[in-house]
Ligand binder design. Sequence first.
Ligand code: URA
Length: 230
Amino acid sequence: MRLDRFLSNLPCFNRQQVRLLLAERRVRVDGYCVSDPRLEVREFSRIEVDEQLLQAGRAARYLMLHKPQGCVSATQDPEHRTVLDLIDEADKHELHIAGRLDFNTTGLMLLTNDGQWSRRLTQPQTKLPKIYYVETEQVIEAHYIEKFQQGFYFAFEDLTTLPAELTLLGPRSARLSIVEGRYHQVKRMFGHFDNKVLRLHREAMGPLHLDPGLRPGEYRALYPEEILAI
Ligand code: URA
């Protein structure tokens, strides 16, 4: 929300006082003096007036996990181990998953408590490429490439998938770049050819690549430049 709105929502200031506080440069956001009433502040912003702390600002958290097979992309599951069970952090229940993976899909998974950041990462409008390594039961034929480019009609959602780039690596393996994240998207795309996906591994989401130093089940905090890249 806008800074002036945040301040005038507090019981201690009315709108005129807020205008004055800003004009007198008595407001600090994340340590910087601010006079622009339109500045967007969030739950992660530290907000002070003079020496008085109005909001400490929650710590924003961004984790990269190497999701192993046999693990649910959910924060709770009555039956199976979840990705959250792999995280050993006090505030892990505040985290959500930015881009789910199926039970047996492995690879890059991002967890955060920053909803704006995860929306930028996953919403189709952003068109961030998600890169998958795929192994299939049958041979992946060269004519698949054009179909992946043209798109597949998904009757359930009544949409045609956006152009995807398929690169053949071997008779039954390929690298696939898609910009959406529809339900079981990759499996449904190969399903069009009656070709079952046997192994699926997410290597990257936009500029974020799975750290090769992370073994399945391991995670690390994102580096500042990785957070800013989204
Ligand atoms: N597409 C799928 O079919 N499964 C995944 O886990 C991710 C993308």
